[in-house]
Design a protein around this ligand. Sequence first.
Ligand code: NAD
Ligand code: WQD
Length: 335
Amino acid sequence: MILVTGGTGYIGSHTVAELLGAGREVVILDNLCNSRADVVERITAITGEQPQFAQGDIRDAALLDHLFARHKFEAVIHFAGLKAVGESVEKPLEYYDNNVHGSMTLFGAMQRHAVKRLVFSSSATVYGDPATLPLREDAPLHATNPYGRTKLMIEQMLEDIARADPAWRIATLRYFNPIGAHASGRIGEAPNGTPNNLLPYIAQVAAGKLKQLSIFGDDYPTPDGTGIRDYIHVVDLALGHLKALNHLAAHSGLHVYNLGTGQGYSVLEILRAFERASGKTIPFQIVPRRPGDIASCYADASKAARELGWQAQCGLGEMCGDAWRWQCNDGFIRY
Ligand code: NAD
Ligand code: WQD
């Protein structure tokens, strides 16, 4: 039995679907602050298997004790957290309470119940503005916003836990830019309100829900002047979690992995790829840079390939095609 915190969210739901497909039993814990309960039915429809669902908060120690007493969890995959960089600048305390305090409460419950196998959702944002590319796991860490600092703090907490108690087995996964959706079109990224991230914004322009894309700067030191990122299909990312779980079954200690494709694409390249996938023209305008943005960021994912036997399989066309299908099928309109 695997406990998946944040399991009705974007990446969590795709990971739960792959876990169920691999014959694992899952309990989802989610407070639905950024997702909806009907994702559970959608996952069931996709997989034919029903995950158990507990609506609640990782900061609720009594609820965690109840869940850990009731289920014999083999491991925890910890997705639950707030993840909007801009919002974290406006509401740092909310981010520290939710992400850091929430993680501490979860790890305390794991310790009390002797469940010491964890896969943690970290982010490439802990690297800050990289001095050299592609990014290796031993690159300097320098978060530049409260959200990134919560991830860095949790990573450091896990380092100390693993050092103090060798019984812990931890995989810290640093995601780059997850995009796309399950091929069924039943689950996908469903941002609250106007999307901050590039892909859901482009998808809504293609669907006619938004007028045009504002490209945040075309004066970066990149081939076409727009920002370069390492976009990875969310299902590839989900499968990386299953590989990490398998690795922890055979290896103790703490292990850190970049989960990216190793291939960077610019904003304009993504826009053109989405036009090809959707058959739609995406109107855009160039506007000034977004504060805090960096020029380029993409992974050296060779450690995950070497140690986990994991590599991203989906190309940009599939990522955009699956994102477009999700947008057309449902786009999970927020009520
Ligand atoms: P998401 O918002 O879709 O999913 C997070 C889920 O956690 C949501 O369902 C939300 O309701 C739940 N949640 C939040 N706080 C909670 C709490 N206190 N108790 C219980 N549930 C809570 O986000 P996502 O894109 O699926 O991201 C999942 C994880 O991956 C996050 O930790 C995020 O920081 C990390 N991450 C995401 C990206 C990305 O671009 N999406 C990149 C790197 C890392
Ligand atoms: C991608 C590129 C923008 C929107 C963020 C978080 C990171 C992680 C992933 C959680 C950039 C450009 C975007 C738009 C644009 N999340 N862009 N117009 O900023 O790389 O990473 O999401 O861990 O922590 O920082 O992703 O999709 O916002 O931007 O031109 O309307 O698209 O400038 O070059 P980002 P993004």
